[in-house]
Design a protein around this ligand. Structure first.
Ligand code: EPU
Length: 316
């Protein structure tokens, strides 16, 4: 069901002067460049706006979803029935905290800061530990929810605390309460899934900017060689089964380069599927099913999705 005219009016009241994009094409908000229109998309600039809007959504039963860079999302061709929230303004700050933790520099980061910008800032400030994120396109909040990782490191190593915003106020969760796992953060997906990340505290290591910059360049170079950098994709489609690379399994099943419509298994890294132009979510899902079946037949491994499919209607 689309947002009714009366709800549209109430919504416009809450966000005031801020523009609301009606029928916002999700293809423009996701790195796959796939997805039909969301009923509405609003950009919120501070915690008070988030709280107000979440209270409205709760009161009116409006479905909502926060999008970061949309770098791990496959959005439905039918779009999204509900409200997409994008964070901006005060969610884009990076501040070094006065007090260090065990002599390690501590940084407060707004949810909407992009990982490349954060990594660059940390490098300039001589704060090491984020080099592994070089080339990951998401926002810091998305990276925490996903427990994004590469080259043997992951976000859980550096996250100290996360502040969550809800309709009734905010709550801070320490790293130990977040229940990080491989490419997931259970607490943020489950019991706190109806709250929005406002800021993240990260704890880094003092280091020399030149050394950090050098390591970042090396990792970016490795990524350029082994992954389809620059093409429209959502990163790795599947999680790695224990002790084995999903990319290698798909490759060994002979599937590299396979195509359904404009959805294609990358020739460079088989766990990346790329949109060669006008791929639909249906093409991508068909390719995902085909790969799952073939890998199970050839290797016995059952692949689990790492990317998130965003359905048009709430799943029951
Ligand atoms: N391999 C193949 N064929 C392929 C892809 C990989 O034979 O098409 C082989 C590689 O040659 C290598 C092994 O499989 O021997 C592992 O490959 P790679 O080093 O690329 O690592 P991965 O396990 O496939 C993981 C993460 C990536 C991350 C890289 C680099 C997952 C699902 N993937 O990939 O993360 O960038 O390591 O550290 O954990 C992501 O999460 O979206 C992602 C891209």
């Amino acid at each position: 069901m689309s947002l009714s005219a009366s709800l549209k009016a109430v919504l416009a009241e809450v966000v005031g002067e801020r523009p609301i994009l009606w029928e916002a094409p999700l293809a423009s908000w996701t790195t796959y460049r796939i997805g039909g229109p969301a009923d509405a998309l609003v950009t919120l600039h501070d915690g008070a706006e988030v709280r107000q809007l979440l209270a409205l959504c709760r009161r009116e039963g409006i479905r909502w979803k926060v999008l970061g860079r949309g770098s791990n999302i496959l959005a439905s061709d039918d779009g999204f029935r509900g409200l997409i929230i994008v964070l901006e303004g005060k969610f884009k700050y990076i501040v070094r905290q006065q007090e260090a933790v065990e002599n390690r520099p501590v940084v407060q980061v707004g949810a909407a800061v992009s990982l490349p910008r954060l990594a660059d800032w940390c490098c300039t400030e001589g704060c090491g530990g984020l080099e592994f994120t070089a080339g990951i396109p998401g926002t810091v909040a998305g990276a925490v929810i996903m427990n994004a990782g590469a080259w043997g490191a992951e976000m859980s190593r550096i996250v100290g605390e996360v502040e969550l915003l809800g309709p009734d106020g905010s709550v801070a969760l320490k790293a130990a309460q977040l229940r990080f796992g491989y490419r997931c953060c259970l607490s943020l997906r489950e019991e706190f899934g109806d709250l929005v990340i406002g800021k993240v505290q990260i704890i880094l290591e003092k280091d020399q900017p030149e050394g950090i910059r050098k390591r970042m360049r090396e990792l970016q170079q490795k990524r350029r060689i082994s992954q389809p950098v620059g093409l429209a994709s959502g990163g790795c489609v599947f999680k790695n089964p224990a002790g084995v690379s999903a990319g290698r399994l798909i490759d060994e099943a002979g599937l590299k380069g396979m195509r359904i419509g404009d959805a294609q298994i990358s020739e460079t890294h088989a766990n990346f599927f790329v949109n060669r132009g006008r791929a639909s979510a249906a093409d991508m899902l068909a390719l995902i099913r085909l790969v799952r079946d073939r890998v199970q037949e050839t290797s016995g491994n059952i692949l689990e999705m790492e990317i998130e499919f965003l359905p048009a209607e709430p799943s029951r």
